[in-house]
Design a protein. Structure first.
Length: 117
């Protein structure tokens, strides 16, 4: 059973930084993509960034380009990181880690990010 556990959310002032991490366990998939989604209050969940299993393909939502960096670390456990810099109030929301294999999505429980002064 695939499990995703996020950490690193919190309250930060505009212009500040946070790093989210997601540890993936029970991994037996061969071809997959990993990424981060977020859901702001009253809004639908949206994709923020994703990375291919080999790390060669990376995508970012336009509004986070140049500020967020996604990375995957396979040195120990499978870990998906999202470094978020120059945070804005519009970045506020619950951030979810995602692993996608074909038509199947696996989700973490979410971690709250609040950007406010």
């Amino acid at each position: 059973q695939l499990q995703l556990v996020e950490s690193g959310g919190g309250l930060v002032q505009p212009g500040g930084s946070l790093k989210l991490s997601c540890i993936v366990s029970g991994f037996t998939l061969d071809h997959y993509a990993m990424g981060w989604f977020r859901q702001a209050p009253g809004k639908e969940r949206e994709g923020v960034s994703c990375i291919s299993s080999g790390g060669g393909v990376v995508h970012y939502k336009d509004s986070v380009k140049g500020r967020f960096t996604i990375s995957a670390d396979k040195s120990k456990d499978d870990t998906i990181n999202l470094q978020m810099n120059s945070l804005k109030p519009d970045d506020t929301g619950v951030y979810y880690c995602n692993v996608k294999s074909g038509s199947i999505d696996y989700w973490g429980q979410g971690t709250q990010v609040t950007v406010s002064s």
